[in-house]
Design a protein around this ligand. Structure first.
Ligand code: NAP
Length: 290
């Protein structure tokens, strides 16, 4: 997400981006190496005098978080607390990226009024981060989402992994019983800038305008990219033994965001069509190499 944000932001803002363990470079963007969990290192960001901070750093591997709760706390909670303190002191508007994993997945179609009940260490630390952010810097916005898109680094988002399987004619297992509301990261970023323009404060569900199972998502992706749908095999999350528990229906109700931003959020097909257009327009090459 961070690299896609930097790409989108650099035509409008002076951008300073940070990395920690994996060095990143991009033309037109200043990069700083900062461990956000180490408060003394944030002074480098402070010197930049930011007006807007989009905090999308996290330990996002759910199973690693489950295995190492201390590291999850450090990267997800401590780093967020430090960023909130910095944003508060600098008077910067802060957008904190959170997740649908703050919900247990028993009900689905969660609105901002629904009570979170995370079932994994990842979800618990992300929820704690949300609370720290809003208590330290109440004018921040906390955005709960679920993303896919093109990576700058050599790793796959879910959609890229599905694409690589289908493009290599490999069988693609896809969960029929995980329901979520995915949004193309580039579509999300447009709305993050709209939140900044409105200076929205509080928690908002900003995800895809349509929920689907991971199996539906794989089928639409195969159709949009003209790949062989017969390679997709329906599977159940119950058949796999992941370290961290996953909620089954973590779909988000985005009606508040659609009303506030006065726009429909994209359907699954619209997002995937846009993802394909980005590749055809050379976006992926620029993201990865410029
Ligand atoms: N991907 C999804 O499906 C999804 C779904 C819901 C919510 N989200 C949320 O969306 C946000 C972005 O996700 P993503 O998929 O872009 O994550 P990602 O690819 O795993 O990137 C997370 C980044 O956080 C950085 N980071 C971690 N700890 C850090 C620290 N102590 N100091 C500085 N940087 C640190 C890492 O930098 P280094 O590699 O340089 O260490 C890494 O590049 C996260 O807040 C995540 O919780 C993601």
């Amino acid at each position: 997400m961070g690299s896609n944000i930097a790409m989108a932001a650099k035509s409008r803002f002076e951008v300073c981006a940070s990395y920690n363990k994996n060095r990143v470079e991009m033309s037109g963007v200043d990069f700083l190496k900062v461990d956000l969990a180490n408060s003394s290192e944030l002074k480098h960001i402070e010197q930049f005098k930011p007006n807007l901070i989009i905090h999308c750093a996290a330990l996002t591997n759910i199973d690693v978080c489950e295995d190492d709760p201390e590291q999850a706390y450090r990267e997800n909670v401590l780093a967020s607390r430090n960023i909130a303190e910095l944003a508060n002191q600098a008077g910067a508007y802060l957008i904190h990226i959170s997740t649908d994993a703050v919900f247990d997945g028993k009900k689905g179609n969660y609105s901002e009024a629904d009570k979170p009940n995370p079932i994994s260490v990842y979800g618990k630390t992300k929820l704690e981060a949300e609370r720290e952010i809003l208590s330290i810097h109440p004018s921040s916005s906390v955005v709960r989402t679920n993303i896919y898109g093109w990576n700058k680094r050599d790793k796959f988002s879910l959609a890229e992994w599905m694409l690589s399987k289908l493009e290599n004619n490999d069988e693609l297992p896809a969960f029929k019983d995980i329901i979520y509301s995915p949004i193309l990261v580039n579509d999300l970023i447009i709305q993050l800038f709209a939140l900044y323009d409105k200076k929205f404060s509080g928690t908002i569900h900003l995800a895809g305008g349509q929920s689907c199972s991971k199996l539906d998502f794989a089928n639409i992706l195969a159709d949009v990219f003209a790949l062989d749908e017969s390679l997709i095999k329906a599977t159940s999350i119950d058949d796999l033994d992941f370290k961290a528990p996953r909620g089954k229906n973590i779909s988000l109700d985005v009606s508040h965001a659609q009303e506030l931003l006065n726009t429909p959020l994209p359907t699954v097909r619209d997002g995937l069509v846009e993802m394909k257009c980005l590749r055809e327009s050379g976006y992926v090459e620029i993201l990865k190499y410029e």
